[in-house]
Write a protein that binds this ligand. Sequence first.
Ligand SMILES: Cc1cc2nc3c(=O)[nH]c(=O)nc-3n(C[C@H](O)[C@H](O)[C@H](O)COP(=O)(O)O)c2cc1C
Length: 219
Amino acid sequence: MKKVLVINSSARALRSHSRKLTEVFIDHWKTIHTDPIINFRELGSTDVPHINENWIAAAFKPAAARSEEEIEALKTSDTYISELREADVIVLASPMYNWSIPSALKAYIDQVLRVNETWKFNPANMQNPYIGLLENKTLFLLLSRGAQGYEKGEYNEHMNFQSNYLKTVFNIIGISNIHVIAINGESFAPEDFKKSIDTSHQNIKDLIEMELAHIVLEN
Ligand SMILES: Cc1cc2nc3c(=O)[nH]c(=O)nc-3n(C[C@H](O)[C@H](O)[C@H](O)COP(=O)(O)O)c2cc1C
């Protein structure tokens, strides 16, 4: 049974469109799996700790050499990383804030990109010295934006520090099977936004079916 981890990062609760996308995902997943294993990590309405001096000192030294204080500083990171390790499918919902991601999600990323835990250094390739340590995972990025034109070749592509950034960091920790579903235009183009919501719901369902078809073929 594939385990799912759903991560929400919108500061909004009830009015959040990215959260709604995770609900669509979960509802469809449940129609296919009778006894699904779905865990949740809430970022948008909680205080995600920022990494600090103790965290950095601890992360870059062998576990046996860490002080009590340093071990404590890594506790949140340990929890987040073990949740990621356990998951086969990660569903990450993110609004675009200021052309990037919510700061809570950035703080989370700083907690989970950890040397010798989610990536390791490869001195043999100085142009790409990262080896990802999380294997065999699928990531669904469910994104919401107020404006439009952020895709490849479009007029706002150069302002997109959301999906490009998220794909890059998850690639670095070994997750390369990534599906991006974005809804665009909430702030400026309500008609287009409505259409993109309808399309996204169908895309989420189609991608779940496609992933499950792969799983069956691989087994
Ligand atoms: C603080 C803040 C900053 C935002 N910055 C951008 C932005 O840079 N570009 C954009 O297209 N939309 C921006 N938006 C609009 C959101 O991306 C949009 O409302 C999205 O649907 C929010 O996701 P949610 O519904 O899950 O909360 C911003 C919204 C907020 C609240």
